[in-house]
Structures are given as structure tokens and as C-alpha cells.
Design a binder for this molecule. Structure first.
Ligand code: C5P
Length: 206
């Protein structure tokens, strides 16, 4: 069984993915981590993020074990991720890794932006997780405050809008809901209620 969970930043996609992977006993790949790691590795190496060949080289030689989770979760890492994710050769470099994970015999759950459309269009169940940008902004702002960030709520919402815009308007594998995906809007749901809804949608699809 393959479960594809796509959606917007800070929509609750990550939490729902972790819970569903435990519920169904499926290995989980957070594919955003690959793009974040590429962005962070490029910044560390002093590579210009707008140089497609140089960034693709970084993506092809990623050592995922060398990253601290905290370094990948910063606002700068998220922004760098969405910049490098628009480069077709970077997406190509990361494709096989994701495809191999998706097609392993025991099944898999992957979360990202293009799992249901590009990485595993044959997935048995597809969810698109979203929430109003103000709600997502508040969640992300609280998370960033915990990291000692001094960004205002308005700045965080503005960053989310810019990231959504960049992810949805890129030519290669834009972030979009697959035609056969089920929308889970978490704006007015508790985590528990969102997880229940997601499980119900998967049950209906398989
Ligand atoms: O989900 P997360 O916020 O970690 O993703 C960071 C960025 O990586 C996204 O804004 C998007 O640009 C990119 N991404 C992508 N395709 C995926 C997963 C993430 O383009 N499958």
C-alpha cells in the first residue's frame, strides 16, 4: 500500500503523516527534508542558490545523515528548500530516492508536494492537507518563537504566502492537489480530529 500525503506548509501534513505511518505500520519519508537538506548544504558550501548546475551537484551528493534536525527546520532552511525545489535537475536528482522508497515491497507513506502527482501517481490513497494561511501562520509563528525567532506573526504569514506562491507557480512538478486526492482542511480541527478524518479518507480509498 502506498499513501501519498501532500499539502501546504504548516498545514499539519507532517503530524498527520507521522500518525498515519504508525497507524498503518508503513515506513515514512518526509520528502521536504530532502529539499531542505539540499538548500542547507548549498548554503553551507557557499553555492549560489540560483545556479542550477551547482545546486543539482549538491543534491546528487547529499549525505542526509550529516544534518541536525534543528538545522533543517529553520525558516531559512524552508525558504532555501523552496528555491532549490524549483530547479528541475534538483527534482530529478532526488526522484529515484523517493521512487525507490515508494515502491518498496512493504509499502510506504510519503509526504511532500508532488507525491500524488509525480512520485507515486499510482498511490492507493492520496490526501491534500491544507488550512487557511492565517491559521498556518499562527502555528508556524509559535513554533519559530520556541526557536527564539523574533519574526512577527505578519512576517511569518507573508513568508508562507511567498512560499506557497513559489511552490505552486514553478513549472516542474508544481505543488497541486491530485485530481483523485481528498482534501483535509485542518483550519478548525484539533490534531485528533484531523488524524481521524485522514484515516477515514484513507479507509474509503483503499
Ligand atoms: O514540507 P516542507 O516545508 O519541509 O518542504 C520544504 C520545501 O520543499 C517546500 O516549500 C517545497 O518547495 C519543497 N518540496 C517540494 N516537493 C516535495 C517536498 C518539498 O518541492 N515533495
Amino acid at each position: 500500500m502506498i499513501i501519498a500525503i501532500d499539502g501546504t506548509t504548516a498545514s499539519g501534513k507532517g503530524t498527520i503523516s507521522k500518525r498515519l505511518s504508525a497507524h498503518y505500520g508503513l515506513p515514512h519519508m518526509d520528502t521536504g527534508r530532502l529539499y531542505r537538506a539540499t538548500g542547507v548544504a548549498a548554503l553551507r558550501a557557499g553555492v549560489d542558490l540560483t545556479d542550477p548546475d551547482a545546486v543539482a551537484h549538491v543534491a546528487r551528493h547529499l549525505d542526509l545523515a550529516s544534518f541536525d534536525e534543528a538545522d533543517l527546520r529553520t525558516a531559512d532552511a524552508g525558504k532555501a528548500a523552496s528555491v532549490v525545489a524549483a530547479i528541475p535537475d534538483v527534482r530529478q536528482a532526488l526522484f529515484e530516492l523517493q521512487r525507490a522508497f515508494a515502491t518498496q515491497p512493504i509499502g510506504a507513506l510519503l509526504d511532500g508536494r508532488d507525491i500524488g502527482t509525480v512520485i507515486a501517481p499510482e498511490a492507493d490513497a492520496k490526501l491534500w492537507v491544507d488550512a487557511r494561511v492565517e491559521v498556518r501562520g499562527e502555528r508556524r509563528w509559535k513554533e519559530l518563537q520556541g526557536q527564539g525567532s523574533d519574526l512577527t506573526l505578519e512576517e511569518v504569514i507573508e513568508q508562507l504566502r511567498a512560499r506557497d506562491q513559489r511552490d505552486q507557480s514553478r513549472k516542474d512538478a508544481p505543488a497541486e492537489m491530485a485530481a483523485d486526492a481528498v482534501l483535509i482542511d485542518t483550519s478548525d480541527l484539533t490534531i485528533e480530529a484531523a488524524v481521524e478524518k485522514a484515516i477515514a479518507a484513507v479507509e474509503a480509498a483503499i
